[in-house]
Every structure is written in structure tokens, then in C-alpha cells.
Design a protein around this ligand. Sequence first.
Ligand code: PLP
Length: 399
Amino acid sequence: MSFAARLEAELEQFKQEGVYKRLNHLEEPQAARTKMEGRGEVVILSSNNYLGLCDEPEVVAAGKRALDQFGAGTGSVRFICGTFTIHRELEQALARFVGCESSLTYVSCWNANEGLVPTLLGEQDIVISDQLNHASIIDAIRLAKTITKCQTAVYRHSDMADLEEKLRGAQAMNARLKLVFTDGVFSMEGDIANLPDIVALARRYGAVVAMDDSHASGVLGRSGRGTAEHYGMLGQVDIITSTLGKALGGAAGGFTAGPGPLADYLTQRSRPQLFSNALPPTVAGSALAAVRHLERHPELVTRLHENARYFREQLRALGFKPLPGNTPIVPVILGETAKAIQMSELLLAQGVFVTGFGYPVVPQGHARIRCQLSAAHTRDDLDFALSAFKHVGRNLGLI
Ligand code: PLP
């Protein structure tokens, strides 16, 4: 069988198992409603455009200005061919925003995580990771283990007794650097890390805390500064990684923030910095405008949470059982992957775009429809979506 024929056969198998993912093409920007090729107008309920900044005129205009001022990009990596002043401006704004002393941008948060763990850890060090951490953290740890032979441990999801046991183990092996890595908000469950206890345990055992705040930046805390602000702990997390590809403009890009020397250290040693280009200036310009816009409009965060609360309550009133929580991620567990995909198809036929997630993104038997709310949704948008959920839920015998 040829290489291409083998790929075709495997793709056919995915289709037969009901786990094949079809890409939907949009003809207009991400917003509460958009135009989907072949479908017309749909309400989007599966975007990380939490604050509605993807098509915010100030954010788009700032991207255009940066494109005009700096051109398409750096043409190479930053230390070789220079970096733009807008990168420095953005990094200063991001560090301030998340309550850290320095920050360094990457072309994605995936890159930021992969650029962090293997750079910080060596053979005498250990990283201790929450079982439900995002794939980019898992892969960053796998990479570090392969490259540097560092030690690794995984604690049960948000189980502080298990984290303490792993920290005790790290102490017993005399690890030089003990790094505890957690998501701020867990993307598939929508729950928030127990940051106060994680930081307290880390202090007790002399560990450093890294937190990926991708689903919390712009989302949690009164002014959207993330999980640390949510708990009144700004400035108490050693390292924060996050994305610019969700609430903060939604284009792409990520960053790592931490103590004063961290950005400089990563500039010297982090391989994606040394061997890959910087953020395109247009993306840096849009992200900077997004942070500034949010600083002037904290009411967006309030609206986002009002929308999430309303949607969750109304789903419950219809008879669905969304996972409890207080973030704008509202998962409805359905069981088998094929069921989640079928529900997503039926909702799309009703004009609601919400993706079904199955194995391997979530464990077998825990497939789900993951709804995500945005400050951009109006009550009309939400009521439209809820009536589609009612229709489809009844047809599938779910409610
Ligand atoms: N970290 C977490 C927790 C995420 O949810 C995501 C995206 O889904 C990422 C990292 C990757 O972000 P990016 O798209 O910037 O690579």
C-alpha cells in the first residue's frame, strides 16, 4: 500500500468510527454570530473569543498600523536580526497585566510551554504536573524528559494530598529545582486550579509554581488578569504562561512571564527563541491593543460571566446537566465520541456552531459538547442557542 493510500485508509477508519473532524470554513470574523460557508449565519458557541475582541475595531486597526509601520515580520530569529519595539512594548504590558516583572513572547503558547520546561530543567530537577494539564504542557514535559533526562511526576487532578506526596518524593530525591506546573483554568472541564493551596504547598517544599493561564487571561478576576487575580494572589505565581490566541485578540501568540531575569534567561537559552521567528508585528500590535482595550473596559469581563451564568442556569432548566463551575467553559458530558459529534452536527443544522470533543482529547467515555460563552453574545444569541439545545436534546432523548 502506498503512503498516501495508507493515510486514506486510516482517515476512512476515523469516519467509520464517527471520530473524523471536519473543518468548518468561516467567511466573516469570529463574533457572536458569523457566516459559515454553506450554512449561512450561525451563533458561535465554541470559540475562545471570550471578550469579543477578535473583531474589535481598535484591535484590528492596531494590527494594520503595526503591519504598515514594521512590515510583515522580522525575517529571522530575534537575536540574529533584531526585534521590533512593539515586541518590547507588548512584553512590558503583558508582564504588568499578569502581575510579573518580565515577559517574553512566542508565536504560540504551545511554543512558550515547550520553550520553558526543557530550558529550566536538567537531570537533577523534577517537574510535577496536574493529570489534566493541557497537551502543550504534557508535550513540553515529554520533550524535557527526552532532552535533559529530568525527572517527572503527575498528580491526580487538583488533588492536593497527591501533590504533597509527589513534593515529598521530590524532596527525598533531593531535587535541585522542583517545578509544579498547572493550568489556571482546565480547558476541557472548565474548573479553576486550587492556586492558594498549590502555592502554599510549593512554598513549604521549596518548589517553583508555573501556571498556564490560557483560558483565564482576560477571563478570570475582576479586571481579567487571570487566575491569580481571581484568588487575590497577583504577584504570587512564579511563572505564568498564556496565549494571545483566545481572549487577548484571538490571533495567535503566547508568552511566558515571571521574575525579572526570566525573560532574559529564556532569550539566551529557550530553543524556540533561538531558532524560530518572533511574533508577526501585526499580531503584536493587535494583542497590545487588546490588553489596553481590556484595561479600559473591565465591564467586558462582568458581561462574560453574566452570560456564562445565564447559559448554565438555562441549560439546567431545560434538563441538561452541565458540569458545575464558574468559568465561561460549560461542558455537557454525553459519553461516546460519536454521540458528541452527532449532537454537534444536529446543533449546526439548527444554526449553532459548537464542537463535540471525544477521545483522545478527553478520556474514553467522557465525550462532550463544550460550550464557551463570550461577552459578545447578546441575550438573543443565547436564547437562540438554548432553543436549538432544547430541540436537539429532545430528539436525541437527552432531556
Ligand atoms: N495552553 C492551554 C491551557 C490551552 O488551552 C491552549 C489552547 O488550546 C494552549 C496552551 C495553546 O495555545 P496556543 O494556541 O497559543 O498555542
